[in-house]
Write a protein that binds this ligand. Sequence first.
Ligand code: GRF
Length: 221
Amino acid sequence: MPTPLRIAVLASGRGSNLAALLAARERGELAIEPVLVASDKQSAGALRLAEAANIPTVALNPRSYAQRRDFDADLFTRVADSGAELIVLAGFMRILDGDTLRPWVGRMINIHPSLLPKYRGLHTHRRALEAGDTEHGASVHYVTAELDGGPVIAQARVAITPQDDEDSLAQRLLAHEHRLLPAVVDWIARRRLALGEADRVMLDGVALSAPLRLLDRHLQV
Ligand code: GRF
C-alpha cells in the first residue's frame, strides 16, 4: 500500500460517496487519510458520517459571509490548514470562485452524475431521460474554474432501460459512483494520475486520449 493520501472531502448532502471512500479504506483497498470533511450545510449527512468515523469536520454557513468569495476563501484556508493533499468534491452543491480554487487545480476532483461533457449542472438523470439517451453515466474530473468542465479522468456507464425513471436511474448509477470514486482516488493515491500540461490527464506519465472506463470495479484505459 502507498503512503496514505491526505484528503479533504467537501459535501453538501447525504454523503454516500464519502461513505464509499471510507468503506474502501476499511476494507484495506484504499490508502487515504481523511483529514477534513467540510460542508456548507450543518445538516449534511456527510458530516454525521465523518463524526462517527472521528474525522475532523467543519460546517460553514454561506449566509455568515458578506460575499460569496469570502466563504470560499475561508473554506479553502481551512482545507489548506488541514494538510490535505487532495480535495474531493462529493456532492458539494456550491459553485466555487475561480480565483480561490486556482491554486488547487490538479489537486481537486469532483464526481458528477453524467457522461461529461453531456449535462453539466443539475438534473442530469432527468435530462438524459428526456433526451432519449440509451446510456447514462458518471464522471470524475479535475476541477477547474469552469463548472463541471474540467478534464475528465474516468467514467462509469449504465444502460438506460425503457422502464427507467429519474429515481431508478439515479439509484442504479449511484452504485457505480460508489466504485468509480474510490477507484480514481486509489490511482491518485498511488501517484499514477496527474493533471499535465494543456489540461491533459496523465496516467503513469502518458496523456490519456480518452477518459478511463470503470469495468466491474477496475479502471481500464
Ligand atoms: C452524487 O450523485 C454525485 O454524483 C453528485 O451529488 C451526489 C452526491 O451524493 N455530485 P452523496 O451525497 O455522495 O450521497
